[in-house]
Structures are given as structure tokens and as C-alpha cells.
Design a protein around this ligand. Structure first.
Ligand SMILES: Nc1nc2c(ncn2[C@@H]2O[C@H](COP(=O)(O)OP(=O)(O)OP(=O)(O)O)[C@@H](O)[C@H]2O)c(=O)[nH]1
Length: 496
């Protein structure tokens, strides 16, 4: 996504400014102009950008900069705070409660991804133990019901709709009554879209909303909408009580900044973003970790949460213990690959590490990396238990390598390559020996235990170079380590 480049451009502007020997008004202005240009290029609303520029100038004190304080950090923090402010609606949206019936209505223009998002939203909650249900009140687009039905069937979510009935209000009310009787706790109503904002669309939305009295109305917006986003979002908000926003297609080439400006227009928070066409390409949106990732500052809690999310609870202590003991077997590597593949796009996971904006892991390369992991796993499928559980590299003699190559339909060279990768990872983990990996909710422990030495050993050399070598890494770690937790750093005093 183009939004990722925004972080890169801002970081470059900050770097240029920090390189200047004397920071005066001219240097500061030129840095801010660069940042403004980057934000406008990402399609962030013009009014918001100029407001942000004014605010940063008010906050950043030239005397502080001249006194030799960490200039980069002061301005970075001001930019961070302002971006967060822009994306923060000030109050959380209504949050449905499991076990208690909630009605959520989806609105948006045609093609925004509304129908797909309704199912993603239902599926997300279903995985967490909810009983969701989908109602198709889109009678405007032929095929809308079929699409919802298909998606819902795939995800095993109950649905309601009609090929014959043309009154969306009637369908919405019928669906609602039925699923209330069936004790569904999250009833999701998909409404019609139109190609553009039209009086008929808004009238229909109002009627469905009046008849079903939803607890929450979610406005779905395509991230490629650009500068028009602000006005579009405002028009929807004026017609119905929009309470939250979901931005779709954040995986594409869209600039994204425009859609993010919708928060200011609707005064409602973005709660999820869509990152692909598949059901699980859907992420909870949190302002601070998002901005942090955008600016390449990393998101430790997100990273660790991902680990806690994908590694089954009962396997976590055992796996983490094995990893930190330094006994890294091929079986552990296999399990790790499985976890990485479950984590979703590798770039997404990497972007949660400090210093890695999504820009560093281009989309094309992610697919390549995933295919490689799958290839390695096929080869490991042809290994015996003894081979998988051994940490003795000498065990893998020529005849064993040839047998594995034959069994997996791969070349000897490829098996050797996989074993090399294993050795590299085993070496890396042996250096991590003794690292205390925190339990869920103990992120600060990781910051304390993980030092730059540890980090530098697990990073691919090329990436370490991109962060600015050991020095750059130490700076990043210092920023993290000196604070109560990762996010505390941004809330604290700028001059510390
Ligand atoms: N890449 C990508 N594609 C998406 C995402 N969300 C939806 N889409 C695609 O966008 C297209 C339009 O999505 P729909 O769900 O049909 O759109 P809609 O807003 O419901 O359209 P109407 O029902 O006509 O109002 C489909 O091809 C979806 O697969 C996303 O997050 N990423």
C-alpha cells in the first residue's frame, strides 16, 4: 500500500533535518514542508494536513532543538501525536457484547467492499465464539444476495435474504426477527449501495435504520477514494448515525490517506481495515500501533499478540522454552514455518518490528518467501522422526539427503539449501539462549530482556543495514527500553 511509503518519506525528511548542523526556522520549515508533501501525496485531507502543520509548529520549540536535544525524536513524536490525533475519534464506538443481541448495519457505496466486509466481520466474531448471522437487505444490485449467500455458506454463518422481495425494509425486519428468535448475538444487516451518493440511497438507508434500530452503523469505505473521502464520509454521516468506519482494500495500490481522513469527517473511529479479498484478510485497527508501524517505529505488542494468537496456547510454553534453551531441531523449524504461514502476510508481521515499515518487504517478495517455506516443509514431510528431532547436524549424511530429495520430488541441491537454512536458524536461536519471552500482556518484559545484541543476531544482515546498522538498531532499542512500554515512549516527555 502506498500509505507505507508515507512512513518512509517522513523518516527521510526527519533524517535530513537531524543531519543539519544548525536547526533554525528554515531547516524546520523545510522538514515540515517535506512531511506535508508526503501526507498530501498519500491523499490525506488538505484541511487536516494544514492544521497538523500549524499544530506541529506550535508544539516544536526551536530553542529545544538548538539546545541539542534529540531533534529527530522531538519532531517524530510531534508527527506521531498529530497523526494519532487525526485518526482518533475521541470516543470509542459501540462494542457489541458476546451473548447479548446486537444489531449492526453496514452502509457504503457500491463496490466499496461492503458485502465482503460484512462476512469478514461476522467471521472474525464467529472465530471468537460469537453466534453471528447475516441479513441481505440489498435489493438494488442483482446478485448481491447470491454473493452474501455464497460467502456466508463458505464461513458456515446463517443468512437471510430473498430473490423475490424488493422491499429492503421488509427483508431487514424479517431477518432480524428470525435471528433474534434463534438467539444470534450479532445480527449483521448488509444494505444496498449506489454508484454515487444519491437521495434514493440515503432515503433507503434511513428507512432500514428506522425499522431495525441498529446498535451500530458501520460505514465501509474503499481506501482508493482519495481526496473525495472526506465529503463522502460526511454525507453518509449526515444521513444516518454512522458510529464506526471500516476501510477496505488497504492491500492494493491505494494511497489510503484519504479514507483515513474519514475519521475526522464522521467523528467515528476506524475499527477494522480490509487487507485482501479473503475472509481472514481483516485486521483490527488501533490508532497508535498503526501510526507506529506507518512511521517504521514497530509494534511489539502487535507482534507478540500475533505469536500468541497463532501458536496454540498449550504449545506456547513448551515451544518458547525450547527456543530459548537453544535446542533448535528441524521439527521446531517446521512448527515455526507453520506459524509464520498462519500469521498471514510475512510483510505484515515484519512491519510490526521496529525499523521495518511494510516498504521494506515488498509484496512480490512475500509470496516468494511463503512459497519457499512451503517447499521446505514438503521436504521435511519426507524426514523420519529421528531426523526431525535431532539437533546433530552430522546425522544428515548423503544417503539421507538423497532419500529426502527423492521422497519430496525435490533436487539434492534444494534439500541442502533447506538444511543450510536450518543451520542458520539454529545458530541464530542458540544466540538467543536465555532470553525471557514474556507472556501475553507482559510486553515491557520483552523490551527489558531483548537488547540490541539479541536483535542484531536475529535480523537478516541486509535489514540490519537498512535500519542503520548496529548504531541505528541501538537507537531504536534505546527508544523502546527507556520507556515503561512501547507505547509509553510516545506518551512521555519529548525531551527525555
Ligand atoms: N483486495 C481487496 N479486495 C477487496 C477487499 N474488500 C473487498 N474487496 C473486493 O472488492 C470487490 C467489491 O466488493 P463487494 O463486497 O462486492 O462490494 P459491495 O460494496 O458490497 O458492493 P455492492 O453490494 O454492490 O454495494 C470484490 O471483488 C471484493 O472481493 C479488500 O480488503 N482487499
Amino acid at each position: 500500500m502506498v500509505l507505507a511509503q508515507l512512513g518512509g518519506s517522513i523518516s527521510r525528511a526527519l533524517q535530513q533535518m537531524s543531519n543539519a548542523t544548525i536547526i533554525d526556522e528554515t531547516v524546520l520549515n523545510s522538514c515540515l514542508n517535506e512531511i506535508v508533501r508526503a501526507l498530501l501525496q498519500a491523499d490525506v485531507n488538505i484541511r487536516l494536513v494544514s492544521e497538523m502543520q500549524k499544530n506541529i509548529k506550535k508544539i516544536v520549540n526551536l530553542d529545544d532543538l538548538a539546545a541539542g536535544h534529540n531533534k529527530r525524536k522531538i519532531i517524530q513524536q510531534a508527527v506521531f501525536n498529530e497523526l494519532c490525533k487525526m485518526l482518533d475519534a475521541g470516543k470509542p464506538s459501540f462494542t457489541p457484547k458476546k451473548g447479548k443481541t446486537s444489531v449492526v448495519m453496514f452502509v457504503g457505496l457500491q463496490g466499496s467492499g461492503k458485502t465482503t466486509t460484512c462476512t469478514k466481520y461476522a467471521y472474525y466474531h464467529q472465530k471468537k465464539g460469537w453466534k453471528p448471522a447475516l441479513v441481505c437487505a440489498d435489493t438494488f444490485r442483482a446478485g448481491a444476495f447470491d454473493q452474501l449467500k455464497q460467502n456466508a455458506t463458505k464461513a458456515k454463518i446463517p443468512f437471510y435474504g430473498s430473490y423475490m422481495e424488493s422491499d429492503p425494509v421488509k427483508i431487514a425486519v424479517e431477518g432480524l426477527e428470525r435471528f433474534k428468535k434463534e438467539n444470534c448475538d450479532l445480527i449483521i444487516i448488509d444494505t444496498s449501495g449506489r454508484h454515487k451518493q444519491e437521495a434514493a440511497l440515503f432515503e433507503e438507508m434511513r428507512q432500514v435504520s428506522e425499522a431495525t434500530k441498529p446498535d451500530l452503523i458501520i460505514f465501509v469505505m474503499d481506501s482508493s477514494i482519495g481526496q473525495a473521502a472526506f465529503d463522502q464520509a460526511q454525507a453518509f454521516k449526515q444521513s444516518v448515525a454512522v458510529g464506526a468506519v471500516i476501510i477496505t482494500k488497504m492491500d492494493g495500490h491505494a494511497k489510503g490517506g484519504g479514507a483515513l481522513s474519514a475519521v475526522a469527517a464522521t467523528k467515528s473511529p476506524v475499527i477494522f481495515i480490509g487487507t485482501g479479498e479473503h475472509m481472514d484478510e481483516f485486521e483490527v485497527f488501533d490508532v497508535k500501533p498503526f501510526v507506529s508501524r506507518l512511521l517504521g517505529m514497530g509494534d511489539w505488542s502487535g507482534f507478540m499478540d500475533k505469536i500468541h494468537e497463532v501458536v496454540p496456547m498449550d504449545q506456547q510454553p513448551e515451544l518458547l522454552q525450547k527456543l530459548t534453551e537453544g535446542t533448535f531441531t528441524l521439527r521446531i523449524m517446521y512448527e515455526q514455518f507453520q506459524n509464520i504461514l498462519k500469521m498471514g502476510p510475512i510483510g505484515q508481521v515484519f512491519s510490526m518490528l521496529p525499523g521495518f515499515s511494510a516498504e521494506l518487504m515488498p509484496k512480490g517478495r512475500e509470496k516468494e518467501s511463503q512459497a519457499k517455506l512451503k517447499r521446505y516443509m514438503t521436504m521435511m514431510d519426507s524426514m523420519t522422526n529421528e531426523e526431525l528431532d535431532s539437533s546433530n547436524p552430522k546425522l544428515m549424511n548423503e544417503s539421507r539427503v538423497m532419500r529426502i530429495a527423492r521422497g519430496s520430488g525435490r533436487s539434492v541441491r534444494e534439500v541442502m539449501e533447506m538444511l543450510e537454512e536450518y543451520k542458520r536458524l539454529a545458530k541464530m536461536w542458540s544466540k538467543m539462549k536465555g532470553l525471557k519471552i514474556p507472556k501475553k500482556g507482559e510486553m515491557s518484559a520483552l523490551s527489558r530482556n531483548m537488547n540490541a545484541q539479541h536483535m542484531s543476531k536475529i535480523l537478516p544482515p541486509q535489514m540490519l543495514k537498512q535500519i542503520g546498522g548496529m548504531g541505528g538498531l541501538q537507537n531504536l532499542m534505546k527508544q523502546m527500553g527507556g520507556s515503561k512500554d512501547m507505547m509509553g515512549m510516545f506518551g512521555g516527555s519529548a525531551a527525555d
